[in-house]
Design a protein around this ligand. Sequence first.
Ligand SMILES: [Zn+2]
Ligand SMILES: [Zn+2]
Length: 366
Amino acid sequence: MVNIGILSNQDVKRLVFSTSSGKYAIYTEKGKLTEIHLNDVVHISIEKNGVSIKGSDTDFGEFKQINIIGLDWQNTFKIRCISPDLKARTYEDNLLITQNSYYNHLQLINNIDIDNYIAGVVESEVGKSPPEEYFKLQAIICRTYALKNFTRHEADGFQLCDRVHCQAYHGYPTSKAIHKAAVETKDIVIVDSDINLINSAFYSNCGGQTANSEDVWINPLEYLKSTKDSFCLHENNAKWRKTITKSEWDNFLKQKGFQENDSTSDDCKYSFTQTSRLKNYSCGNVNVPLTEIRSSFGLKSAYFSITPIENNLLMFNGRGFGHGVGLCQEGAMKMAKSGFTYAQILHYYYKNVHIVSRTNLPFFKE
Ligand SMILES: [Zn+2]
Ligand SMILES: [Zn+2]
């Protein structure tokens, strides 16, 4: 079981809980309160002395901790947040509620079987359309990521949040295929040659070549090495274009300390070519990381060339979408459609890794 902070970016003051399948019991710090059955509705809100809980005709009082625990084989519940007014969401397994006294709102934790959680993450991260084999590798990536980052929110009282900060998670997945993929890859994770969980980075499209981790972040990692990728070249996010004015570019270079009178820089100032990925834009006395140009101009990737066009404009011709480190999702989907297995695809993007059951990790380490 894992503890996921849900609606973690919302100032939740009041919500309605109902059972969608199975059966639930409510426990507080004083013991068992009641059982709730299908379509029973419970109102929960933050009050002066703690968390208030009310049934349709009973006021149960205020408590410090409310644990709503599933009693059947499969239990799903629905949360309809009233303040703020949010669309209802469905979740699997249990709900733990406390008062976050710092923000004076309800702190909601979905206590959930890790594979049920992984299925929810896969649907939130990639949608329902990819082929089944792709769901399996995305489940393995998301499981590896979750386990590697388990202590991230220790101070908040849960393990992972439901935002992109950890992994996007919007609750119970509606796709049966995704659920199946999470269960069929149960416990499978990716480890490096020292049998440590890898940083299973991914992004939309690499544009034909993935990036070295040290060119985008700081640390070099043996499994995050640049590699050519022919699978994503004709997918949706393979190419992009953006124009800016020359004066915007001049200002940017000036901020970086570019000296105008340097005649050696005449050729390179407005033209720059990447046939394969580079780390920096170098011209005259400046040397700027491409990742910095990407963030300054809001570009889809750092894999671009620059050419001057008419009317004092510059054209960025770019390839790919995302940071480029690790697995290319559009390339991986194409491989899955072409019949490659999830293991073949993972080994294509992550170098020198092992795909193993985490229950065997102590054995491998030894
Ligand atoms: Zn987080
Ligand atoms: Zn790619």
